[in-house]
Design a protein around this ligand. Structure first.
Ligand SMILES: [Cu+2]
Length: 269
């Protein structure tokens, strides 16, 4: 089971300061035949494409890694709210750099940035996305939704939280979630990558929501793998986003029924 990891707020910002930005470094990948074993399913639920926009039988998959020295991130102190601290039996690790074996990188949001047919329009899935406040952090830490998709904000903690979204394009929201308010709903109406979400009660709580006009996105688990399925054949610009390591892009061409591989490496600058 994936260990619950936390944002170390200020402490982590200090450690990783200077890592932001991450200039664009396009990598070109050609389509390859489908591998014998399919790529691991990404951690974020891939919304179904639904009717409307063009889909197909092409897919793009890969693994995201981190290269370089791994900084020591101080565990998070929840002493400011003993009710949060009580929900954990040991130190709560930072969530700003989640690595798996071989320095695979988690919490990377991967999306098709361009290349879909002009005028393609994809309806939001009927199924809501879920953002939970659990153990005084956000689960998931990085959430991908579609434009117009309902977001169910849960409060599994039974504690007072305040969920405060700070978009630049969409309308912000700021909702108190008292102990007895277990669920609330929100929707974003415009494409935006990336919307920070914070809790004004617990300053270490930090999450991110990305809003996509199409269903071709994924968030990596610590194993670093992702897969974008049901794409029409075409040439796509992919964007890889990480909260501290910046963004990177790749251009990938994939044909009908094929799976292209597009791996990515983030380095500490
Ligand atoms: Cu909170």
């Amino acid at each position: 089971m994936r260990r619950t990891l936390f944002l170390a707020g200020v402490l982590a910002s200090l450690v990783l300061a200077g890592c932001g930005g991450g200039g664009e470094k396009p990598e070109t990948t050609e389509a390859t035949p489908p591998p014998s074993t399919p790529a691991e399913t990404p951690s974020a639920p891939a919304p179904s494409a639904g009717g409307g926009g063009p889909t197909g039988t092409a897919s793009i998959a890969g693994t995201v890694k981190y290269e370089g020295e791994v900084p020591t991130l101080k565990p998070l102190s929840m002493d400011a709210d003993p009710n949060c601290a009580k929900k954990h039996s040991g130190p709560v690790p930072s969530e700003v750099l989640v690595l798996g074996d071989g320095q695979t990188l988690g919490n990377v949001y991967v999306r098709v940035k361009s290349g879909l047919p002009a005028g393609a329009s994809y309806p939001a899935p009927a199924q809501p996305a879920t953002l939970d406040q659990q153990g005084c952090h956000y689960v998931p830490h990085v959430l991908g939704v579609m434009v117009g998709q309902q977001i169910k904000v849960l409060n599994s903690d039974g504690l007072l939280h305040n969920i405060h979204a700070l978009p630049k394009v969409n309308s912000p929201f700021n909702m108190a979630m008292p102990a007895n308010r277990t669920e609330a709903e929100q929707t974003f109406t415009k494409e935006e990558v990336m919307i920070p979400v914070k809790c004004d009660v617990h300053p270490w709580m930090q999450g991110y929501i990305a809003v996509s006009p199409h269903p071709f996105f994924a968030v990596t688990a610590k194993e670093g793998t992702y897969e974008l399925k049901n794409l029409p054949a075409g040439t796509y610009e992919l964007e890889f986003w990480h909260e501290r390591l910046g963004t990177k892009s790749a251009t990938v061409t994939v044909g009908d029924g094929a799976q292209a591989t597009s791996d990515m490496t983030f380095t500490r600058s």
